[in-house]
Design a protein around this ligand. Sequence first.
Ligand code: BG6
Length: 486
Amino acid sequence: IPVEPFDYIVFGGTGDLARRKLLPALYHRMRDGQIPAEGRIIAASRRKMSDDDYRAMTEEALTEFVPEGERSRETLDAFLGMLSYRSLDALSDEGWDALRDELDGDTERVRAFYLAVAPNLFDDLCQRFAQHGLVTPNSRVVIEKPVGRDLASAVKVNDAVAQAFHESQVFRIDHYLGKETVQNLMALRFANTLFEPLWNSAHIDHVQITVAESIGVGSRGDYYDTSGALRDMVQNHMIQLLCLVAMEPPDSFDANSLRDEKLKVLRALKPINASNYDRLTVRGQYRAGAAEGGAVPSYAEEIGNKRSRTETFAALKVEIANWRWAGVPFYLRTGKRLADRVSEIVITFRAIPHSIFPKDSGVISQNRLVLRLQPDEGVKQWIMIKDPGPGGMRLNYVPLDMSFAESFQERYPDAYERLLLDVIRGNQTLFMRRDEVEAAWAWTDPIHDAWDEDGSPPVPYTAGTWGPSAAIALIERDGRTWHEDT
Ligand code: BG6
């Protein structure tokens, strides 16, 4: 079903995010018949450029980022026909009234402002929108992360946005929430009776969340060096995953019910600060090594700053102080230039209380439920079975395996495809509410403060490995190991 006609106004329309993600996502939705022909996409940035130049740039981007089999001349032409370009500067008055006049043809239409720009421009842009009368009751604003770099700056950004938009119009993107498996986690938990009775400290031993990347920081060094893994990945994507695993069942799949439950988890996270960070956290930085099939430089060389103390890896042991989860550690790890690109959530159930089998039957491993976000999305439930055959009672650990690619033939929409249309539909379920973002910063700030006070550099790890040995020790100290999918 197509969404209603809309105007998407994309600030940062010539930038990397627009080219790699936003334009291809809208193209795919159009190809699947979800975008009405009357829809308009107005790209804006400071650069001077004609509509035709912008269309040519978009065609190049789509050729690069949409697989050949998914492109057709007809859809491409229809898509390019929806595009226009405006040169606008957040710091200058010029062109804003003309934009309003262009949009005002239909004030009922959904108007979505996408801020794919550096966060220090959010304030100025929102002021322009307000000042030039661009915000209608049917307007929405989409904000990319990072929303601030700590609690104080996040409050400032949120305040600035709130000057022009009501919270019900604000869509803070965390693209992890748009990923297929992440939504499947909610289906698994709340559309089955099987798991929920076991989903607590009586039956779950611990949870692991890994978001490993094999890429380095590449051309994003300027941003990344002011951020680091804790701010770039943990404060948002990983904490959101943790919340979805840990939250109580919301009373409906509606935006505020879900976000209320996530917020309760955020507020129940046990503090990590100067008194315990050395036991509960590890931060690392990659040095030169081998990754993605070749030799790769160190982080310091890549960004051209040998003194950088920015962490490209973080591992944490997190606990949730509530009835359901008391005593169940959540181990989180994320990093760049790791051995592989793997993102997964692993729920390990408790060991059986007593074995009835003779010792030579084999080791009885704990049940594990693995939700794989990428690269190959799917769910695996590891269980013990009897090895088939006449050889007596020999036990084996095997996965009940549901690979989405094998089970379902359709193509998987990228997270942005779903999220961009949810904005038009006015559905905030998969977007972060202001209080969630601020609560997440309130929890991560003391970790940063403790690291800063400590003053020592992050521990080095070789590019192409699973990170510093201290991260392995973090979990092994508790008699557990990081999950390996073998
Ligand atoms: C972004 C981070 O939010 O997520 C990047 O800023 C990271 O540093 C990216 O590479 C990972 O997203 P995905 O979808 O490729 O796992």
